[in-house]
Design a protein. Sequence first.
Length: 374
Amino acid sequence: MFKEKNPEAAKIRVTLYGSLAATGKGHLTDQAIIKGAAPIPVEIIWRADIVPEFHTNGMFYEALDEGGKVTDTWTIYSVGGGLLANEETHDNVEEVYEFSHISEILDYIEKEGLTFWEYVEQREGPEIWDYLAKMWEIMQATIEEGLHTDGVMQGGLHLRRKARQYFVRASSFKPSLQSRALVIAYALATAERNAVGGHIVTAPTCGSAGVLPAVLYHLKKNHLFSEKSILKAMATAGLFANVIKTHASVSGAEVGCQGEVGSACVMAAVAANQLFGGSPQQIEYAAEMAMEHNLGLTCDPMCGLVQIPCIERNAMAALRALDINIYAMMSDGKHLISFDKVVRTMNLTGKDLPSLYKETAMGGLALLTDEDKK
Ligand code: SF4
């Protein structure tokens, strides 16, 4: 966007702040910016020591002419899931949904006799299905490519991809073990592709992109759910993620990994529950449990790379989402803590987490030294 506005710029200078600077190399932020601005050369300045008030993932763009004079500037923030915002745009987002809490949506759909996905269709229009079909296509392609890719992932941890190996091993397991083992392979496939900057669908973010596709792909293969019912499950998953985004955050830099993998687990749990015929109350219960049991999950990526703990964490969340589906399906949907309440709790927990555990790669597992790795 900045390049299009400044096509004559001789150079673009980008200052990265806060978490974006702390983990920018591992998250490939600099490469993405350089690629986006090409062929205009880019200078990156890293200022992890400055944490902007609006959001920690701040970027300050400057366009420079031949003489080095600044001709344009832009301050923008990466607020999670690929979305950009700043002070001006923040209050200008078009509100598609009239209700922002699941309790309000539940009241409304009960009164109208609707399902969650019908509410999404009502608000988004029928074009939502083409959009979701495209996302589902990419998700499946990402898994299929990931299952057939081998080798060491870039970044310096020298981690080998595991999805292919796990897929091969899982294929020889007895059926009772095989289906869960394959879910692991599917989640690894997408998470490993994300780790090397491959094509993925943010669901709700890049780091947590493996959870929802793994669960949906597994359910499609094992239970032969139709494409249309999978798209409907995705619509409901998106609705719940939107509530999290509205009242808390899906950004690891803001609330830790509970906002990323926790939210992805919610998406996968509600999608699975809807596919198995869960009532709106059971779906809401599945969502609540998926977040409740990820509360406090820290973000402490080693070397700032989205590899350890991120990749395995996607696989664990996919399995957990399927277990939660079973638990919710066995219930009558009644429970004490509402999803809205657990989202508020997640937000407060995230705010209380020290910044060491919010995508700065300065605490937790990220502190593991080379010596410890041996
Ligand atoms: S640990 Fe941090 S970087 Fe890794 S998936 Fe979770 S939020 Fe993203």
